[in-house]
Design a protein around this ligand. Structure first.
Ligand SMILES: Cc1cc2nc3c(=O)[nH]c(=O)nc-3n(C[C@H](O)[C@H](O)[C@H](O)COP(=O)(O)OP(=O)(O)OC[C@H]3O[C@@H](n4cnc5c(N)ncnc54)[C@H](O)[C@@H]3O)c2cc1C
Length: 395
């Protein structure tokens, strides 16, 4: 850990540090520099001070004994009578990460009547499935679920804990990270594991302009959430392996401060994340009516349609149709983008698609860097031709 210190006796109050700070983290108070909470310890003020009155101090932080924390734990989300598919995707990724460092992959299931899912998880290569199955866990109560997972983490000491970035996971993971006074990176798009077992948690940052690599160097476990459809689903093995460990409910469950008054099930809704074929409209479309071409092509291909963010902002589509960091992540077999430039906030959430076809008039559009088939041309010529041809073939 580092921090910035100002040596009062050397400071002349010239204000150069405040002027040069890219984060506006230095205020001049009574002719003296004063650091505020925006300081990122970048050290630019240290370099810009002509009097050498600003120094960067490295403070020693106690580090856990990493050898005492091993294996990767996946929170297997079983809720509303189904195992969320993100849980399997996380197990697949965990297996990839675990192999080289000799870790095992474990899963923890929390809920009521979830034992059947434990059996199913055994077909995906986990060495142990810890189960907290009790009627008291029928509904998601964040404190009760956190108490169960905390109990298992204290028992198993996993180095890494992966949680799906679902509504439930987004509520659970921060509570757990706080209980262990450790780090959590939300919405990771890539994960790597170093030889020293530090998890490199990669995700877009600063509005998607950079891909940040975040590591939790001194504490364990390392928590990360990952969105549905970002990782691959592993192949189910015919043979079941691993053991099931039925765990007793910890104290926290009966002490839950949350009581469930009623439950209103939301009818299942079709999501663009589940589509196998997607046709996507971008700002290259000039008016709302032109989106009909995108919808028609999608229907002819037996797929669904989606948009980039500007079309949602214009009110042409609802947010659940938006692909991207502030929308949905998709991974279809085929995606055709029409008049989409390919900003990182968009591509980060669709670049795992099997086949990417991009239509754009600008041959230098960034979308072509992720496309497998690049069509440099006017969507107003290409879409009608594609639609006509498909109609003829289908007739
Ligand atoms: C924090 C943050 C989060 C964001 N989240 C998202 C997000 O979730 N999803 C998202 O999409 N964006 C998001 N954005 C916005 C993103 O940065 C881009 O502005 C946006 O993706 C651009 O959308 P677009 O490609 O449709 O439009 P543009 O960038 O305007 O691109 C339009 C493209 O159409 C092409 N074109 C024009 N006419 C034609 C034609 N006749 N035929 C073919 N091509 C044509 C142009 O050459 C151009 O490349 C986010 C930004 C920030 C800062």
């Amino acid at each position: 850990m580092a921090k910035i210190a100002i040596l009062e006796r050397k400071c002349t109050g010239c204000g150069l540090c405040a002027k040069n700070c890219p984060f506006s983290a230095i205020d001049m108070k009574d002719g003296r520099p004063d650091l505020n909470a925006a300081c990122k310890v970048c050290g630019i003020c240290v370099k810009s001070c002509p009097e050498k009155a600003i120094v960067k101090l490295e403070t020693k932080v106690d580090s856990v004994d990493k050898t005492k924390w091993k294996d990767i734990l996946v929170f297997a989300e079983a809720h509303g009578g189904r195992l969320h598919p993100v849980s399997l995707e996380l197990i697949g990724k965990a297996k990839e990460l675990a192999g080289p460092v000799g870790f095992a992959v474990k899963a923890v299931l929390v809920g009521s009547n979830v034992s059947a899912f434990a059996e199913e998880l055994r077909h995906y290569g986990v060495s142990e499935v810890a189960v907290y199955d009790d009627e008291a866990l029928s509904y998601f109560r964040a404190d009760a679920y956190a108490a169960c997972v905390e109990d298992y983490i204290k028992f198993a000491h996993p180095s890494v804990v992966l949680v799906g970035a679902t509504s439930l996971g987004r509520s659970l993971a921060p509570r757990l990270a706080t209980r262990f006074h450790t780090g959590l990176t939300a919405d990771c798009t890539k994960l790597e594991l170093r030889e020293n077992t530090d998890l490199v948690q990669i995700r877009p940052a600063f509005g998607g302009n950079i891909m940040a690599q975040i590591i939790t160097t001194n504490t364990r476990p390392q928590f990360a959430t990952v969105r549905y459809k970002v990782m691959n689903t592993p192949v189910r093995s015919e043979e079941a392996a691993g053991t099931i460990l039925n765990r007793k409910l910890p104290k926290g469950v009966s002490e839950s401060k949350v009581s469930c008054v009623s439950v209103e099930p939301v009818p299942p809704k079709k999501s663009i994340s589940d589509a196998e074929i997607l046709v996507v409209g971008g700002r290259g479309l000039q008016k709302e009516a032109d989106l009909e071409m995108v919808k028609e092509l999608a229907a002819l291909l037996g797929g669904d349609w989606a948009t980039s963010r500007p079309l949602v902002e214009k009110g042409w589509a609802t947010n659940d149709r938006q692909i991207g960091l502030s929308g949905r992540t998709v991974r279809p077999r085929l995606i055709i983008t029409c008049g989409v430039s390919g900003a990182i906030q968009f591509t980060a959430c669709m670049n795992g698609s099997d086949h990417i076809v991009a239509i754009n008039t600008d041959e230098n559009a960034p979308i072509f860097q992720v496309a497998h088939v690049a069509i440099v041309g006017d969507l107003y010529e290409i879409l009608p031709r594609l639609i006509r041809q498909l109609k003829e073939e289908q007739a």
